[in-house]
Design a protein around this ligand. Structure first.
Ligand code: UD1
Ligand code: UDP
Length: 373
């Protein structure tokens, strides 16, 4: 059976890689789980292995934090010898973090097919580091697994061939459904003194929102105004924690450490409103039917707006507050995008194994040769 490396490195990777790994192993593949070490704090890393039942990584690259170039280079130099040693038949990368791009680049140059899970998403905001990672990772990948039809449309428009593109559904939602009952049994609301349906949950960690003191202050002020009507709980990402030391915090916002997976799902499920700049949280709130305001000017996940509970509210504090009031008074209905059904990991695994089992001459045409550079 084929040997397949699955790469994870940062918080939103763990819940995406787990269903793919499980499905590959259930079909007899040998899976090597490689952790790049991009995230390493107990609250950003260890808790996800415990909560998700993810086995310890088979290999850990220990690369840690750094600038984009430092981090990319460190992951690449640590991953390249591993690929030479293990000679995998394929490498699976998920999402849009720096580790995703770095491992895809090494694999492509080593001649190992790359499967990108969460392909085709586009914010069209080139100032967002993840957008660069998305576009380049897709370009390096032979198998492109889109979570939603908009992803397929984007890939087709960029010249990728239909036989490379798979509408697989959303692996993050596989993990949500698999763990929902356990999450709902969490006592996190009790621990934070929260009443179901009577609080708002917020997260913020996009560099464009938190690295600039003026922008961060404006967004916190918006949360502070909402907190006058509804308690706001804000689990703080480490990037944001550093910045919060420089700006004042309005009354009423309850800062808590980054939440574990089960606790965070429980916090989302019982929130009256979620305010976020996270990619994954836009999707999970849609699946849970909880109203979500995305404090950004663009989203790479438009299906959460057209077929979900998400509203792109921008970053103007007054607009955030007035939209929050409207949504509290008139919440959107729960809707579920198709193929967000708990079986995306199985579809990904089936397609990867079918690809590897096909004689090389029958594999999808390599669209990379026909896409203009
Ligand atoms: C990264 C991803 C982002 C994703 C986010 C999820 C990139 C370019 N960005 O952003 O897409 O949404 O993870 O959470 O890959 N730090 C710690 N402890 C940790 C990890 C990070 O203290 O365990 C601090 C360090 O000071 C580090 C900073 O957070 O420099 C930023 O970490 P980094 O992984 O570079 O980017 P994120 O902002 O976490
Ligand atoms: N998450 C979590 N604890 C938190 C915040 C988020 O477990 O305090 C989970 C969330 O449920 C989702 C994932 O982390 O599964 C989203 O990751 P994040 O927001 O860090 O990254 P993004 O999706 O923006 O890349």
């Amino acid at each position: 059976m084929p040997r397949i490396i699955c790469v994870a490195g940062a918080r939103p990777n763990f819940m995406k890689v787990k269903p793919v790994m499980d499905a590959l192993e259930a079909r007899g593949a040998e899976v090597v789980l490689v952790h790049t070490g991009q995230h390493y704090d107990a609250a950003m890393n260890d808790v996800f292995f415990a909560d998700l039942g993810l086995r310890p990584p088979d290999r850990h690259l220990g690369t840690g934090s750094g600038t984009h170039a430092e981090q990319t280079a460190r992951v690449m130099t640590a991953f390249e010898p591993l690929v030479d040693e293990l000679r995998p038949d394929a490498v699976v990368v998920v999402g849009d973090v720096t580790s995703t791009l770095a491992c895809a680049l090494v694999s492509a140059k080593a001649g190992v097919p790359v499967a990108h899970v969460e392909a085709g998403l586009r914010s069209r905001d080139w100032g967002m580091p993840e957008e660069v990672n998305r576009v380049v990772t897709d370009r390096l990948s032979e198998l492109l697994f889109a979570p939603s039809p908009d992803g397929v449309d984007n890939l087709r428009a960029e010249g990728y061939h239909d036989d490379q593109i798979h509408l697989a559904g959303n692996v993050m939602i596989d993990t949500l459904y698999a763990n929902l009952d356990r999450a709902l049994a969490s006592d996190v609301l009790h621990r934070h003194g929260l009443v179901p349906g009577e609080y708002a949950l917020a997260t913020m960690h996009r560099p464009a929102n938190v690295d600039d003191a003026g922008m961060l202050t404006g967004l916190l002020n918006a949360l502070g105004q909402i907190a006058r009507e509804l308690p706001v709980v804000l689990p703080v990402h480490p990037r944001t924690a550093t910045r919060l030391e420089e700006v004042g915090l309005p009354d009423g916002i309850r800062l808590v450490p980054p939440a574990g997976y089960l606790d965070f799902i429980a916090l989302q499920a019982s929130a009256r409103l979620v305010l976020t700049d996270s990619g994954g949280v836009q999707e999970e709130t849609t699946a849970l039917g909880v109203p979500c305001l995305t404090m950004r000017d663009s989203t790479e996940r438009p299906i959460t707006i057209t077929e979900g509970t998400n509203l792109l509210v921008g970053r103007d504090p007054e607009r955030i507050v007035s939209t929050a009031r409207k949504v509290l008074a008139d919440p959107p209905p729960k809707r579920a995008p198709s193929l967000w059904d708990g079986h995306a990991g199985a579809r990904v695994a089936d397609a990867i194994l079918a690809y590897l089992e096909a004689p090389v001459r029958l594999r999808p045409t390599d669209s990379r040769e026909s896409i203009a550079a």
